[in-house]
Each structure stands twice: as structure tokens, then as C-alpha cells.
Design a protein around this ligand. Sequence first.
Ligand code: ZN
Ligand code: ZN
Length: 414
Amino acid sequence: MNSLLFKNGALLDPLQTELLTGYEVLVEGGTIKEVSDRPIKSANARVVDLGGKTIMPGLIDLHVHVVAVQFDLAGQVRLPNVFVTLKAVPIMQGMLRRGFTTVRDAGGAGFALKEAVSNGLAQGPRLFVSGRAISQTGGHGDPRARSDFLDSDAPCACCVRVGALGRVVDGVDALRAAVRQEFQMGADQIKIMASGGVASPTDPIGALGYSEDELRAVVVEARARGTYVMAHAYTAESIQRAVRCGVRTIEHGNLIDDPTAALMAKHGAYVIPTLIAFEALHHEGEKYGLSATSAAKIDTVRSAGLRSLEVYKRAGVKMGFGSDLLGEGHRLQSDEFLVRAQVLTNAEIIASATTIGAEVLGMTGKLGRLEAGAFADILVVDGNPFKDLSCLTEQGKHIRAVIKEGQLEFGDLN
Ligand code: ZN
Ligand code: ZN
């Protein structure tokens, strides 16, 4: 068994606000065996002298789309499956190189990609997949233009299109069947569209996605599988409805208000802000072919982004880390740290991308902290993220080693 003993480093524990010195970490196989402030004895471990560098848990991004291979999502539905799949591989590698050892895919990736990564066929972060996101007709997951009639065989509803991030389903019975189908095909959790969105052509931001009966049916089906529902939602009204119907994580949530945030806190719902996505759409969307309709919708949500973090913080709503980037924008993933740093403390932001991420995934004790029994997902970083988060940016330039489940994925241990 491959064993590693890390010495002479500073340990970043996301439950603290300062680095800890004098700790040693022993990895055996894919697991952390021991973390101690006293010297650890191991007969056969390879000793890694960290030389003062920081050792920290791998990062968790709770909102990505690894098959969003281009900005034009409606167009990519028609790309050949092989092409989309092959383009998703370097996107996943990029995430892992930036230190994200676990990601939750919010629509698009399914069992095949998850398995391909876990058995080593493709290099990437550990995936928690949603299959295809579920949207009502004319909702955020419906890429059809106004000129398209509601053909039940439209590409977006077809299960063999790898480039389709979503599928269109209406009505309680059809939704129950669709949710069961996503679980049968390997979804870890279910993603629904509970309000209008930016990148879709015919749904105003303020539109509500689904009736309450439909939302409840999806939640009941997810709970029956021992898992939960994540919902794309921007406005306070759409968030309130979703949370009352039992949705557990709200994605984006830019247009929140104080009473709605209080309701979320009461229900123990999480929010996954994705502020960098709106920066990317604002600055680069046009260049990469974002439609004029979508471009016009960005400002409403973008300008509310930073304020929303204050509202959530005030109400005590737990925030996970999300990025939600598309196509050429994936490289901006870690810049989400810097955007949030305008409002939140570095320790709060680190917790969002580690311990809170683990909590959302039901993986506390396994992910998000370096502790005995956890997966050995480890980053060796030049710098102190509690003081300056930029050491986690620039495509992993300051991350000297990325280790996932005990395997060195990038960098070196010298
Ligand atoms: Zn969304
Ligand atoms: Zn998304």
C-alpha cells in the first residue's frame, strides 16, 4: 500500500481561522490514517517534507457543468456525443488542477462520466451527478427558440444527447417518471429549474418554474431515494416556494430578501451562489456567442450578487461554493474566491468550499477536512489561504501538489 507521511507543514483546518503548525498527516492508500500534533511513527511511509508549505483538504465546487463545452448551450445539444465527451475531459482536468478534488455537477454529467473518473479512465474530480436538469416547457432548461413548436421529440428531451444539460418535463406524473429515470440512470441528486434564467431564450428571470404540486412531487421522489433536490432559483418568491416544498439547496439565489433568507435558515436550506458566472457572462458572453436576449438579462442578477451574500450571512444561511461556468469560461472557476472576498472573510469562503460542501454532499467525515478516516484529498499550497485567497487562483499555479484519494494527480511532492 502506498503510504505518505507529511511533515514540517502548516495545516489548514477549515474549522479554524489560522493555520496550525506542528501537525503531521499520515496517508495510507486512499485514506487519511492519522492527523496528529505529535510525531507520527510509520515504518514504511514515504516522508514528504513540506518545508513550511500549507497542507489543506481538496476543494469542493457544488455547482459546475463539466459537459458545458461551449457558451452556446442550445447549440451544443446538436454536437456529436463523442465530441462533447472528449471536450469534457480537459474541462474536468482543469478543475482538478485548480484544486477541486470533488465537484457536484448541476446538470449534464451522468453515471458514465462519474464512473470514467472513478475508475481512472478519465482524469478529473470526484463527481456527484444530477443527470439532466429538469425544466418545465419554456423554463430555464428549455433551449428552444420561440419559433420552435413543442415537439415531444425535440433534442433537449432526448436521453442520448450528451450535450443536453437539461430535459423538459411537465406535470406531476411525468415528473415522477423523469425523476425515477434519472435515478435509474445514476443521478446522485435531482436538479430542477424553479425560476427563469439568463442563458435560456424564452423565460424571464421573474418567471416561476413549476407549480407547487410539481415541486413537491420531485422532492418526494428524491427523498424516497434517500437524497435531495437542488433548484435553480433567482427571485425571493421562487426561492420561498422551492424551500417550502422541500428543496434543500438553492442555486444562485441572487435576488434574495431578508424574510426569504430567514425562511431558508429555518428550514436548514443551503444556498450555492455562483457569482463568477455572471462576471464571465458580462465580460465575455458576447465574445463567445451569448445571445442578445440573454445578455440583456445578466445585469439584473449580476448587480444583486454581492448584496445577496450579505443577506445570507446576516440570516445565518449556510453558503456552499459554486462557479457555474460554461465553455471558455471554466478557467475562471477559482476567481469565485476573489469575488466573495469582497464581502466574506477568507475563513468563511474556505469553509464554503470544504466543510459546507461536504455537508451538502452528505460526506462529512469523508470530505472537506484532513481527519482520520477521510479520503486523502490533499492540496499542498504555497501561501496561506486564510490570509490571501489568491494562492488558490491562477489555474493552480501556487498549488504544488493535488492529491486525490491518495494518488498524486498534479505537481510533485519534492
Ligand atoms: Zn442555473
Ligand atoms: Zn448551472
